[in-house]
Design a protein around this ligand. Structure first.
Ligand code: LRH
Ligand code: MN
Length: 390
């Protein structure tokens, strides 16, 4: 790696923006158990504090995504100015039409028009919140689906979904976007109403330019080639965001890059190849994870570092050599160019970059030394810890 190459890679990495999710700082678990952890935030302000700590130590996590109603506050404008004082901004607003008793048979696709209205009202309320927080993105994930063939009409549910999305789309102001998330299964186990990228893409095409697809890396069938979906949606100008995490089996929501760092590299290579890493390209790189057994703030720091490492390797791909080998039909040569980049140890380069950014070269060690964990354990000993319930 020449000095010029290192310089170019470092300046691209310096401008990387990774959004952390407020819910990753709260208690989370599986249907079997949620193991509470000491020092967990008790409200959205404390989640902002933790997100700001991750940004202070990594330098590339300047925004935090909110989830409504988990992060409901009396004054969202006040939360936004508080966040700004902590050095971060409020990012994507995540709707939640998956936890209300009325949504058992669906939210916007529910057979009952009254329930559909209730769900749409919540989505519109989320746009009102975006107006107060200054957020650009409304992220929509629907747990809607069916468990048994015949339970409901697949086509009619798509009509209901399209109608609801169009109502919300019409409410978006200039500069605001809706990000439609898909998921193959869970909590529904026969059909999900937005099961795959094709369905999300088709609805976004129908809606218009303010509607983009969000790829949650844990929402595909095993061995799905996610980087193909990335390349395709980038080419179509319909990739709006990522929900990064990783999995060994299903929607495990583990730390991004921990289960399959090579897949994360291949995904980031398609981003770099499309010159879509820079913030102006408009892709929101968000984490969507649950730290069920590991400490949450170090888990987020490690995740941000994993994305940085995959991105640095992707930026090191010798594009000229690669396209020359590809044009020549040199299969092994082309593969070797990519593998050379992937097999490069980029940790020294990233440590150097952090020093350039006046940060500690090792954010994990810096966090351990900071005393922040001990302080929040003491400060947050009483009161209700935040979690998926509230
Ligand atoms: C659904 C999902 C969605 C969020 C939730 C926290 O599985 O990925 O993005 O609303 O997790
Ligand atoms: Mn997600």
């Amino acid at each position: 790696m020449t000095t010029t190459e290192a310089g170019a890679v470092k300046s691209a990495l310096r401008r990387q923006r990774i959004e952390t999710p407020s819910w990753a700082y709260g208690n989370s678990g599986t249907r079997f158990k949620v193991f509470p952890q000491a020092g967990v935030p008790r409200n959205a302000y404390e989640k902002v504090d933790d997100a700001a700590t991750v940004h202070r130590l990594t330098g590339v996590a300047p925004s935090v995504a909110l989830h409504i109603p988990w992060d409901k506050v009396d004054d969202f404008a006040d939360l936004a100015s508080y966040a700004a004082k902590q050095g971060v901004s409020l990012g994507a607003i995540n709707s939640n039409v998956f936890q209300d008793n009325d949504y058992m048979l669906g939210s916007v696709t529910n057979p009952d028009p009254g329930v559909r209205r209730k769900a749409v009202d919540h989505l519109l309320e989320c746009v009102d919140i975006m107006d107060q927080t200054g957020s650009r993105d409304l992220k929509l994930w629907f747990s809607d689906g069916t468990n048994y063939p015949g339970q409901d009409d697949i086509r009619t549910r798509q009509d209901r979904l399209a109608e609801a999305l169009s109502t919300v789309y019409g409410r978006l102001a200039n500069g605001q976007r809706m990000l439609l998330e898909y998921k193959l299964f869970e909590p529904a186990f026969y059909t999900m109403d937005v099961p795959d990228w094709g369905t999300a893409y088709a609805h976004c095409l129908e809606l218009g330019e303010k509607a983009q697809v969000v790829i949650d890396t844990g929402h595909h069938a095993p061995s799905t080639n996610i980087e193909f979906i990335v390349a395709f949606l980038l080419r179509a100008g319909k990739l709006g965001a990522f929900d990064f995490n990783s999995r060994f089996y299903a929607d495990d929501d583990l730390m991004v890059g921990s289960a399959d760092p090579f897949q994360l590299f291949r995904i980031m290579y398609e981003i770099v190849r499309a010159d879509a890493l820079r913030p102006e390209a408009g892709i929101a790189f968000m984490l969507d994870q649950c730290h069920n057994i590991e400490p949450k703030i170090p888990g987020q720091i490690r995740s941000v570092m994993n994305v940085q490492e995959a991105t640095a390797k992707a930026l090191l791909v010798d594009a000229e050599a690669l396209s020359a080998a590809q044009r020549a039909g040199d299969v092994l040569g082309a593969n070797a160019v990519l593998m050379d980049a992937y097999n490069t140890d980029v940790r020294p380069l990233l440590a150097e970059l952090r020093v350039d950014m006046a940060l500690d070269p090792d954010p994990m060690a810096a966090y351990a030394r900071s005393g922040y964990a001990e302080r929040i354990r003491a400060e947050r000993a009483d009161g209700q810890s935040a979690g998926w319930g509230a």
